[in-house]
Design a protein around this ligand. Structure first.
Ligand code: NAD
Length: 261
């Protein structure tokens, strides 16, 4: 993971929280927030993985803390946000990125339990994250930036992904409502929609075998790297993006552009 990119320390003195920060896009974003000078709260389900991310950040002299939290559990999400505020006294940016692909299968082979698992993490979990983050940001009075991880699959039809697509697509309406609701508090809410990104999730969904097809349909001609998405989540956080809210931004190398390939 690169730590030597040019940094302008645009988030010095700020505090960022990242869920799903023990791997893939979340880890890349946590490192990118730290590169910009923010203290980082890294949340995930597994202590060992989030500790590895923390070690990468603290090695550069930036403060970071790990919190084990399952985003499907409201008590744990509430405690996560409280832990961030207790530790650093602020909450300026949140990247609600934790998610699962769930069971990718024809609808006739999916169960209600499959639906509840995926929606419980990808949609309800992000709603819980935002509920407690917004509560804290309003109380702290500094405004803030929230970015959620949706997916290009919310826009581009993919067989087998009916539950996943619904869970990610739901985030688009959710942030439009919230952008209007919390804009007057100077809290901005946006989504990133990654394309096919080289992460453990991509490996579970086909990895090597799927790569050539994905690359063929991606105008920029390659798989995404976790930092391609993490950097955009971080770009949406500081003052450069101060007038951007309610937006769902594809970060996908163009794969979801409709057309003839
Ligand atoms: P990943 O599997 O490495 O990351 C997902 C992270 O979320 C893991 O660290 C996992 O432990 C964590 N997580 C899952 N359920 C959780 C829960 N209940 N509570 C807390 N943490 C939980 O894969 P990734 O590709 O880095 O995924 C990050 C996000 O990007 C996900 O929301 C995913 O849906 C989205 N996404 C990925 C791709 C891709 O091609 N990799 C494409 C579009 C969207």
């Amino acid at each position: 993971m690169q730590m030597d990119n040019i940094s302008s320390q645009r988030l010095k003195g700020r505090v960022a929280l990242v869920t799903g920060g023990g791997s893939g896009i979340g880890r890349a974003a946590a490192i990118a927030y730290a590169r910009e000078g923010a203290a980082v709260v890294v949340a995930g389900r597994r202590q060992r993985e989030i500790d590895e991310t923390i070690a990468m950040i603290t090695a550069t002299g930036v403060e970071a803390t790990a919190v084990v939290a399952d985003v499907a559990n409201s008590d744990e999400v509430k405690a996560l946000v409280q832990a961030a505020v207790d530790r650093f006294g602020r909450l300026d940016a949140a990247f609600n990125n934790a998610g699962i692909e769930g069971k990718m299968a024809p609808i006739t082979e999916q169960s209600e339990a499959d639906f509840n698992d995926v929606v419980g993490i990808n949609l309800r979990g992000v709603w819980l994250d935002m509920k407690y983050e917004i509560e804290a940001m309003i109380a702290l009075g500094n405004g803030g930036s929230i970015v959620n991880t949706s997916s290009f699959v919310a826009r581009a039809g993919q067989a087998g992904a009916s539950i996943y697509a619904a869970s990610k697509g739901g985030l688009e309406g959710m942030i439009r409502a919230l952008a209007v609701e919390v804009g007057p508090k100077q809290i901005r809410v946006n989504n990133v929609l990654p394309g096919a990104i080289k992460t453990p999730m991509f490996d579970r969904l086909g990895g090597e075998a799927a790569t050539s097809t994905v690359v063929k349909f991606t105008p920029l001609g390659r798989l995404g790297e976790p930092a391609d998405v993490g950097d955009v989540a971080v770009w949406l956080s500081p003052d450069e993006a101060r007038f951007v809210t309610g937006q769902s931004l594809l970060v996908d190398g163009g794969i979801a552009i409709p057309g003839i390939r």
